[in-house]
Design a protein around this ligand. Sequence first.
Ligand code: HEC
Length: 200
Amino acid sequence: MNDIPWWSREDLWRKTAIWVTAFMAVVLMALTFDTVRQITEGGERVPAYGVINNKIFYEYDDEHGYQVPRIGETAPLFGEVLDEEAAKSLVALGKLTVQAKNCMNCHTLLGNGAYYAPDLTKAWLDPGWVHEDSREQLMIAFLTDPEGNARTFGTGRRMPNLDITEEEARGVVAFLKWMSSINTNGFPRGFTPLEQEDGA
Ligand code: HEC
């Protein structure tokens, strides 16, 4: 027994396993709290819902090598500034619509979903909307009648009519605008925003 070197004793390894597990459990808890802080709206990374009252643009960040969202001057959605409560319920209506109609069957949102259709994480700033001024109306028209307003981007793929009402479409636009203001560390990669009056 005594000629077993200290580093090969069973007792040492049992204790080491217990300490490493306990230490990693603490690290995991700390990381979980940090993640919850980072993904909660109203923080630095995920703005509060009232952000839909502002212009959202992207700026190339040289340090990280990707586009980062910036919040600009007042630019209310559908011409009406909403208080935080009203903004929250409009974004919530959009999110519920997105869930109820299962948009993720074809699209990706914040990394979840499918790649049949364009990624929606930054759809608000998609160059396909041509100009900031016409964007809101084009989005409503597209969402309420995607067949009649199909753009397909040369893929030949079309979005089916999902019976989205005008009110639901407004919610979806608010949800998409809010989502585009989230700093996603450059995801999806290679994203080029709509040409904007200020900023790149
Ligand atoms: C059956 C697949 C499918 C489902 C489900 C679907 N889409 Fe689409 N969607 C597409 C395709 C294909 C395109 C690209 C074709 C086009 O633009 O005409 C598209 C395009 C879009 C665009 C334009 C994207 C951009 O960046 O320009 C938006 C916005 C959009 N969809 C929103 C939605 C929302 C919101 C839902 C759920 C309510 C949804 N889609 C459900 C297939 C789908």
